[in-house]
Each structure stands twice: as structure tokens, then as C-alpha cells.
Design a binder for this molecule. Structure first.
Ligand code: GLN
Length: 300
């Protein structure tokens, strides 16, 4: 008896997990992505509702038609510069998963430098009081709360939509009882006598004239409210430094993220405030000066 003829693979029989990853990687690369393979895998894992690592044991599996349709749509949008994090609704930051929408900036690796400094500054305080200004998705304050189980975090943002995301993230990381979320402009919603051991912020710091030069992912899709800050990008940083003077406990630490070329100006603003010891500049993982740490003097 002869074996029944094997079915000829149809055209879509070609679309296995492995093939889709290869094709998408090449396509996204052509459209200017720096990390096309990673993005292809994240989009496909999202489509198949599985952890990314699972794709490797599914390499020869075929996609269903709805999966192919969804993947096609996601890849099209990514090729038009929509950030992957918005397409899949979340982003890993400091080893934690954060929900993100277009109402918040996508958490960035350089901001992990700020969180490392924040945790180091808070550690000596048994029950550290932490303030996170312009919290957005909440990633800074929440990462600190997760890593400092006795700390209490206050996080403010001017955007109610951003705070709604921060609230979800605080809940998903089970720190909502230690993360107080306040709506308002910087220190505005705080009580006059509220004091903190550490104040940290990744405020908007892009200069008006730089906005048009940002990569399309950022310029076309991320909230400009969280990015743009006046002619030198220093408008919000200036107000963070001024306001910190009234809310930082003696010996407390102020930590601010900024753009590398702003380092001299930010150092000068700290010095001019007249309340801080000589500040320290800290480089991010890309080797760029990204964070300033300034300790409030214990005596004047
Ligand atoms: N580093 C961000 C960017 O240019 C800016 C973030 C901010 O303004 N806080 O993509």
C-alpha cells in the first residue's frame, strides 16, 4: 500500500512562528527600528498571548488566521513608528511590568539610573518618605516602593489620565497602600508641611526647539505634556528645584533626570538655590550624564 499523498502546504502554511519572526524582523529593520528582532518577538508573543520565551518552542507552529490578521495590523502600526509599548499596553522597567497607554511616557532605560539612585538614597532611612514628581505611569515611585518595603511614596502628576494608569500599576504591584497619588502641578497638591527624605523626578525636559527633532516614535505618539519644557527645556526642572527647598528634610536628597547637555545649567540651578551640598552628576547605562543628586545641607 502506498502512503497517502502528503498535503501540499498552502501558501499560508508558510507562516510559522519562526517565519513570522524572521519576516517581521526584516520589515521593522527596513523601517528604521533599532531592535527589530526583539520587537517582532514582543508583538508576536502579544498576538499569541504567550510569554516571549515560549515562542522558541513554538517555532514551527502555524499562526491561526486571526493571529495573522492581528500581527499584520500591529506590524503595520509599528512600521509607522507607534511605540511597541503602546501597541501591547505594557513595558518592562526595573524588572517590573508596567501598564502604559498614550497618556504616559513609555518608561525608558535611562530612568532606571534615577531609580537606582533613589533606592540608594532612601535605604538609610528606615521608613523613607519619598516624593515622585511628574510620576506618569508611576514607574519611578512604584519601583521604589516595591524595592523598599517600609517606604511610603507620594507621587504627583498634573494629568488625571496618567494618574489613573499609575493607580493601576500601584495595584498590580500591590503597593497601593504605600503609594499616595495626588493630582496637581508638582508640589501643588502637597500639604505645606509635608517633608520628604528623597524627592525624585523625571520631569519634562525637552527644549521647545528640540521637539521637532525627536524620533518619530516620541514626537508623533508620546504625550508632549510629559516632554516639552520651554526654550531650554529647563522650565519644569527650575520649579522642581525651587519647590524642593520647601519639602526636603535636612539631609534629604533631590534627584532629577535631565538631558545630557543640560548638566551645566542644572548644576548651576542647584548651586544658585543655595541650600544644597555640591551636587553629584550620574551617568546612565549609555554613558551619558543623566541624573543629578543634590543633598540638602543639614545646617545653613
Ligand atoms: N528622554 C526623553 C526623550 O527625549 C525625555 C523625557 C523627558 O522629557 N522627561 O525621549
Amino acid at each position: 500500500m502506498t502512503a497517502p499523498p502528503t498535503e501540499k502546504p498552502s501558501a499560508d502554511g508558510e507562516w510559522t512562528v519562526g517565519k513570522i519572526i524572521e519576516w517581521t524582523t526584516a520589515h521593522l529593520k527596513k523601517h528604521g527600528s533599532d531592535t527589530p528582532r526583539l520587537e517582532a518577538e514582543i508583538l508576536l508573543a502579544f498576538t499569541r498571548k504567550c510569554p516571549r520565551i515560549q515562542l522558541y518552542v513554538q517555532y514551527n507552529e502555524r499562526l491561526t488566521d486571526p493571529q495573522r490578521a492581528q500581527m499584520r495590523e500591529l506590524v503595520k502600526r509599528r512600521a509607522q513608528a507607534e511605540p511597541v509599548a503602546y501597541l501591547v499596553g505594557h513595558r518592562e522597567f526595573f524588572g517590573l511590568d508596567f501598564q502604559v497607554t498614550r497618556d504616559v511616557l513609555v518608561p525608558r532605560p535611562e530612568t532606571e539610573t534615577l531609580v537606582l539612585e533613589l533606592i540608594a538614597a532612601a535605604k538609610p532611612h528606615p521608613q523613607a518618605r519619598i516624593l515622585d514628581l511628574c510620576t506618569g505611569s508611576g514607574c519611578i515611585g512604584i519601583a521604589a516602593a516595591v524595592n523598599l518595603p517600609a517606604a511610603s511614596v507620594t507621587a504627583s502628576d498634573i494629568s488625571p489620565a496618567a494618574l489613573a494608569i499609575a493607580r493601576k500599576n500601584a495595584e498590580s504591584h500591590q503597593v497601593e497602600s504605600r503609594v499616595r497619588l495626588l493630582e496637581g502641578d508638582l508640589f501643588g497638591p502637597l500639604g505645606e508641611s509635608d517633608q520628604f527624605d528623597v524627592i525624585a523626578s523625571n520631569p519634562p525636559y525637552v527644549a521647545d526647539g528640540e521637539m521637532a527633532t525627536l524620533p518619530p516614535d516620541v514626537r508623533l505618539h508620546e504625550p508632549h505634556l510629559a516632554l516639552q519644557a520651554g526654550p531650554q527645556g529647563l522650565d519644569v526642572i527650575r520649579r522642581v528645584i525651587a519647590g524642593a527647598c520647601g519639602h526636603l528634610a535636612p539631609g534629604g536628597m533631590l534627584l532629577i533626570e535631565f538631558s545630557p547637555e543640560q548638566a551645566p545649567a542644572v548644576s548651576q540651578l542647584i548651586e544658585d538655590a543655595g541650600l544644597f551640598d555640591a551636587p553629584r552628576l550620574i551617568k546612565d547605562s549609555a554613558g551619558l550624564v543623566r541624573v543629578i543628586a543634590a543633598r540638602r545641607r543639614t545646617s545653613v
